[in-house]
Design a protein around this ligand. Structure first.
Ligand code: NAG
Length: 321
């Protein structure tokens, strides 16, 4: 079945996306966007860059307009570059859930679910996709380069009202864990982890039906926290793999515009997901590391130290930063 499928698709697509020779499927670049000038410029630049690196037919582009509409964008560009779009208020994963079609796995190798303040134009995408494939994982996060670039997830809340600040403080330790995990680790090419956050995950199309359909009540109507706390363990169990990987060698820039308006619904959504799927709840930890300087996977202990025991009885320790 699989064979047949690849053979048929091979006739239609002359060159594979991002130099995969295993198949000829495309990548779907999926953005939730407003119509702000900086959003348009960033999306336009990143689409152009992806097509330059992966060939014209590398990618389909889908835009979900949560504010503004396609009318605000350059018409010629839109016609040429955008495969499909939707327009309504909401959040990225809710949109993705609505847009998802059962035939996607036959069309797309990956769906890249991007926040509009992610800039991958500094990254070698060929390498990024090679690493993603060789990881054996299904949910792959780029790490975030730059000083405060990895300030994502709950950190936005610090600028909000006092009531919510109290909620934030409760989770300071957890937030710190998330931020540290999401920064590039110079010792590693990539790491298997039990957590990849929602900012810019590269989702194998194999895992989409699990997280968008089977995972009931994982994506709430008015908020989408929680999904990323359970999807790694859920997918690991279902597919018997280490389902999540963070790519240290190919960090992307997170411009950190903090456009997401976090409401109490977000905390409520997360609480409900945790209650329902407690057994999948991520500790936010590293599982192992593919070393940067040699092709080898080693474990990372709870203190973040790496022990390389491959040296014939000698143990080499690479301490955490
Ligand atoms: C954004 O603003 C700059 C400066 O005003 C302008 O030159 C550019 O065309 C704008 N870009 C878009 C996509 O509207």
């Amino acid at each position: 079945m699989h064979w047949l499928l690849l053979t048929i698709l091979g006739h239609h697509v002359a060159r594979a996306a991002f130099e995969s020779n295993e198949n000829s499927l495309k990548v779907l670049l999926f953005w939730a966007v407003d119509s702000a000038n900086r959003t348009q410029e960033n999306v336009v630049r990143n689409v152009a860059y992806a097509r330059r690196m992966g060939a014209r037919q590398c990618c389909d582009v889908m835009l979900a307009h949560y504010e503004g509409s396609s009318d605000d964008w350059n018409k010629a560009w839109y016609l040429n570059e955008v495969t499909s779009s939707m327009r309504k208020p909401g959040y990225k994963f809710k949109f993705l859930q609505e847009a998802y079609r059962e035939e996607w796995p036959q069309k797309y190798e990956f769906v890249w679910a991007l926040d509009s303040d992610i800039d991958f134009t500094g990254v070698n995408l060929v390498q990024l996709f090679e690493l993603a494939r060789s990881s054996g994982s299904l949910i792959i996060g780029p790490t975030f380069s730059g000083d405060q670039a990895w300030k994502t997830y709950a950190t936005n809340l610090l600028t909000e009202g006092t009531g919510r600040k109290a909620l934030v403080r409760r989770d300071v330790k957890e937030r710190e864990q998330i931020n540290v995990l999401g920064k590039p680790d110079p010792r590693c090419m990539m790491r298997h982890t039990d957590f990849v956050e929602m900012t810019a995950p590269l989702l194998s199309s194999t895992v989409l039906s699990l997280i968008l359909k089977d995972c009931v009540d994982c994506i709430h109507e008015h908020a989408e926290w929680g999904l990323d706390r359970v999807w790694c363990e859920m997918a690991s169990e279902k597919f018997s793999v280490s389902a999540c990987t963070l790519l240290d060698a190919t960090p992307v820039r997170h411009l950190d515009w903090q456009t997401a308006k976090i409401t109490p619904d977000f905390w409520e959504a997360e609480r409900k997901v945790k209650e329902k799927y407690a057994k999948y709840w991520a500790q936010v930890r590293n599982i192992d590391c593919m070393l940067a300087h040699k092709q080898q996977r080693v474990t990372i202990d709870p203190h973040g130290n790496i022990q390389d025991m491959s040296l014939g009885g000698r143990i080499q320790v690479y301490p955490s930063h």
